[in-house]
Design a protein around this ligand. Structure first.
Ligand SMILES: N[C@@H](CCC(=O)N[C@@H](CS)C(=O)NCC(=O)O)C(=O)O
Length: 206
C-alpha cells in the first residue's frame, strides 16, 4: 500500500487531500515538528535525505517534492486531473505547477525567516510584502470563473496551489482577493479535504 510520510502543519496536507479526492488507499505515517525549532524530526532523514515532508513510498520508490508527488499520483491514478498534452491548458497547468513551489513559496518562506530577525529584517520587509501581494494577486487573476486555476474542475494544480492560497488567506489577503478566498472556502468544504484533515491532525491553515 502507498505510504505517506506526513508532517503536521505542512505541505503534505495537500497530498492527503489529493489522495482522499482520488480515493486511493494509503497508510499515513505521522511526524511532529519540534516544538522549539518547528523543524521536522530527524527520523524523516531516514526516509529521504532531505528530511522533509511530504514523501511518499509507492511501487518500491521513494518520492519527495509535493509537485512531483501530485503529478505522479495524478498521472497514475487520476489522469483527468492533468490537462491533455499539447493543449493550452496543459501549458498553463505546467507553468502553475512550477509557480506553486518555485515562485509562490519564495516570499512566503522569506517572510517567515526574516520575521525572526525582528528589527534587523525591516529593510527586507517592503520587497517581501510587495512580492507576496504580487504572487497572491497573480493567483487571484488566474482563477477562472469556475473557481479553478485551469480547466473547470479539480486539477492537480488546484491541489498544489491550495497551500499558498491557504497561507494567503491566513495572512489576511482574503479581503482584497475574493476569488482566492472563495477557492480556499471551496477546498475546505470538500468532504475529501475534511477527511484529510481528520486523518492528518490539527492544521494551522484550516
Ligand atoms: N519543495 C518541497 C518542500 C518540502 C518542505 O520544505 N517541507 C516542509 C514542510 S511544509 C518541511 O518538511 N519542513 C521541516 C524542515 O525543514 O525541517 C515540497 O514541495 O515538498
Amino acid at each position: 500500500m502507498l505510504i505517506v510520510h506526513h508532517l503536521n502543519n505542512s505541505r503534505s496536507q495537500r497530498v492527503l487531500w489529493l489522495l482522499e479526492e482520488i480515493g486511493l488507499p494509503y497508510e499515513l505515517r505521522a511526524y511532529q515538528r519540534d516544538a522549539k525549532t518547528n523543524l521536522a524530526p530527524p527520523e524523516l532523514r531516514a526516509v529521504h535525505p532531505l528530511g522533509k515532508s511530504p514523501v511518499i513510498e509507492a511501487e518500491g520508490r521513494v518520492i519527495a517534492e509535493s509537485g512531483a508527488i501530485v503529478e505522479w499520483l495524478c498521472a497514475r491514478h487520476a489522469p483527468q486531473m492533468i490537462p491533455e498534452a499539447g493543449t493550452a491548458a496543459h501549458d498553463a497547468h505546467l507553468e502553475l505547477m512550477h509557480f506553486a513551489e518555485g515562485s509562490a513559496m519564495t516570499p512566503i518562506l522569506l517572510n517567515l525567516y526574516v520575521s525572526r530577525l525582528g528589527e534587523a529584517g525591516a529593510p527586507l520587509k517592503p520587497r517581501i510584502e510587495e512580492q507576496l501581494a504580487s504572487h497572491f494577486g497573480h493567483m487571484e487573476a488566474t482563477l477562472r470563473p469556475s473557481g479553478h486555476f485551469v480547466l473547470d474542475d479539480l486539477s492537480a494544480v488546484d491541489a498544489m496551489l491550495s497551500f499558498p492560497a491557504e497561507v494567503a488567506i491566513k495572512q489576511g489577503f482574503g479581503a482584497k482577493l475574493p476569488r482566492l478566498a472563495a477557492f480556499v472556502e471551496w477546498v475546505h468544504a470538500r468532504p475529501a479535504w475534511k477527511r484529510a484533515l481528520e486523518k492528518g491532525g490539527p492544521y494551522a491553515f484550516a
